[in-house]
Design a protein around this ligand. Structure first.
Ligand SMILES: Cc1cc2nc3c(=O)[nH]c(=O)nc-3n(C[C@H](O)[C@H](O)[C@H](O)COP(=O)(O)OP(=O)(O)OC[C@H]3O[C@@H](n4cnc5c(N)ncnc54)[C@H](O)[C@@H]3O)c2cc1C
Length: 482
């Protein structure tokens, strides 16, 4: 049977099982929220006129990687996910999983096989008494914040509103107010529902399938299964989110980072420390931001006052102090409404560093040469570097430094990618490791290796071999068997 026949067979089976009944009868299925509204079907293959729209629509950003699955499936329920995996088994298709398509290297787009698009799995079920929630993988950070916030809870969501929980948690999760809420977001995963390469559904936790539970907390793009829901530990929503920001010329980025380095150890966990390097109206700048996640105005004031009195604050070109906000406004676009929402093409690389001032200072010259004005660097000087305990997430330095190249015009693709390649080199000097959610293994496979300790890397290989000896699911970008 050739590939085309196999795909036709797959479609026929799906229709027979009633899965595509609506399509066969010409009815429109329940629409997907972002991209699927006009299609109303659940599966397209490569010669379908809609294929390219589905393929490019899977990527959250404008830049589309030139990788082409044979078939794209959009299951609407967990049962349909199982059906997809069974079809892939039957027709011997490899499977790549997508929750929100936010991964900038386009890890969810692979050549050949099936792209399993979980965009419809966005349910949230809160158990207020247990202070937990079951959360679908495709729900965006901002939407989850709204749902949990209404019930008085919060979670270390991604700083960018449109980052979904699926890939974010699987790779670790550097989240809002993370220092007080587990250190790294995946530390809050209590259990996960997983569809295995065998088609079996399991719930993994510390007691059940503990090796998969270990892998779901950091295994990232190498996880051998489909996560259809996470059970998360919730936290009390802060009633007062208040921030102070201090603007410096970008040439002082090293000193500004030195301020963060100086206060890191003494800053209470509920104060989030961040730095942004961006091009503002007056040129490139470094913005140091302290945000307090407090339960009263007095507490927020108390948390932020030491920074207002710091000698470094007196050196700032501009200061905006004690500005009231909210959990929602703590998402990254609160710093600049044009950033973080996917209005453009993105390329991203990140490192963990144990010498933040040196790492920040080293980027200044090249930052000034960024071809696009939207390009920015984000620094998260973690106060509390707790990992999630015994978990696949294993490589962490004291601080997180990410370069986000953002541009509009496809004619600028090559320039921006070239700039990021140079910045990757600069940031890599002296780095303690990389972050699997924001590194491009397709560009250089060694980058993925530096996301894990040697022990975790070996153990991940063993877990993959145990649960997916057929290599049904694609592996890490750059490490995939053909
Ligand atoms: C502008 C911007 C801001 C960001 N901000 C943050 C931030 O604040 N903190 C942070 O930690 N990260 C951040 N990220 C990175 C983000 O965590 C990753 O891009 C993450 O992969 C996105 O998750 P996703 O569900 O969209 O993954 P997708 O792009 O859908 O998938 C990527 C890969 O993850 C795996 N995967 C995804 N979902 C599943 C699933 N349900 N089951 C099995 N495997 C799955 C697959 O291997 C897939 O190939 C940011 C990225 C950008 C571009």
């Amino acid at each position: 049977m050739n590939r085309r026949q196999a795909l036709r067979g797959l479609l026929a089976t799906a229709t027979t099982m009633g899965w595509l009944g609506g399509c066969a009868a010409g009815r429109v299925q329940s629409p997907l929220p972002v991209w699927g509204d006009t299609f109303g079907r659940r599966l397209v293959y490569r010669d379908d006129p809609d294929y390219e729209a589905w393929r490019t629509g899977a990527a959250w950003q404008n830049y589309k990687h030139a990788r082409y699955p044979d078939v794209i499936a959009r299951p609407q329920s967990v049962d349909e996910v199982v059906t997809c995996v069974q079809l892939a088994i039957r027709d011997n298709l490899r499977v790549a999983v997508r929750s929100g398509g936010h991964n900038v290297s386009g890890a969810f787009l692979r050549d050949g096989g099936m792209l399993l698009d979980l965009g419809a799995l966005r349910d949230v079920h809160i158990d207020a008494a247990a202070r937990t929630a079951w959360v679908g993988p495709a729900i965006w950070s901002r939407n989850l914040a709204q749902r949990l916030g209404a019930a008085g809870f919060a979670f270390p969501y991604a700083h960018c509103a449109t980052v979904p929980m699926g890939g974010y948690l699987l790779g670790g999760g550097v989240g809002v107010n993370g220092d007080s809420w587990g250190g790294i977001a995946c530390a809050n995963i209590l259990a996960a529902d997983v569809v295995l390469a065998s088609g079996e559904r399991v719930t993994v936790s510390a007691d059940d399938h503990p090796d998969l539970y270990w892998a779901v907390r950091g295994g990232g793009t190498g996880f051998p299964g489909v996560v259809t829901a996470y059970r998360l530990r919730l936290h009390d929503a802060p009633t007062h989110v208040v921030a102070s920001a201090y603007v410096f010329p970008v040439t002082a980025a090293g000193d500004a980072a030195g301020w963060l380095e100086r206060v890191r150890a003494s800053a209470p966990a509920k104060t989030e420390l961040m730095m942004l390097m961006a091009r503002g109206p007056a040129g490139p700048m470094a913005v140091v931001r302290f945000a307090a996640f407090a339960q009263s105005a007095d507490e927020a004031k108390r948390l932020l006052t030491p920074y207002a009195r710091a000698p470094e604050a007196a050196q700032a070109l501009a200061r905006m102090e004690f500005v009231p906000g909210s959990m929602e406004r703590s998402f990254i676009e609160s710093m600049d409404a044009t950033r973080g929402l996917g209005f453009g093409s993105y390329a991203v690389e990140t490192v963990w560093t144990d010498d933040l001032p040196a790492s920040a200072a080293a980027t200044v010259d090249l930052f000034g040469q960024a071809p696009s004005p939207g390009t920015h660097l984000l620094i998260s000087p973690r106060i509390n570097n707790r990992g999630p305990g015994d978990a696949a997430f294993s490589r962490i330095g004291r601080s997180f430094l990410g370069a986000y190249t953002v541009w509009k015009d496809p004619a600028d693709d090559a320039d921006n990618h070239a700039w990021l390649a140079d910045m990757t080199q600069v940031m890599g000097r002296g780095a303690a490791g990389r972050y699997v959610n924001e590194t491009d293994g397709f560009a250089a496979r060694e980058r993925v290796l530096t996301c894990y300790s040697d022990t975790a890397w070996e153990r991940l290989g063993a877990v993959r071999e145990k649960y997916d000896p057929w290599q049904r699911f694609h592996g890490f970008p750059g490490w995939d068997a053909a």
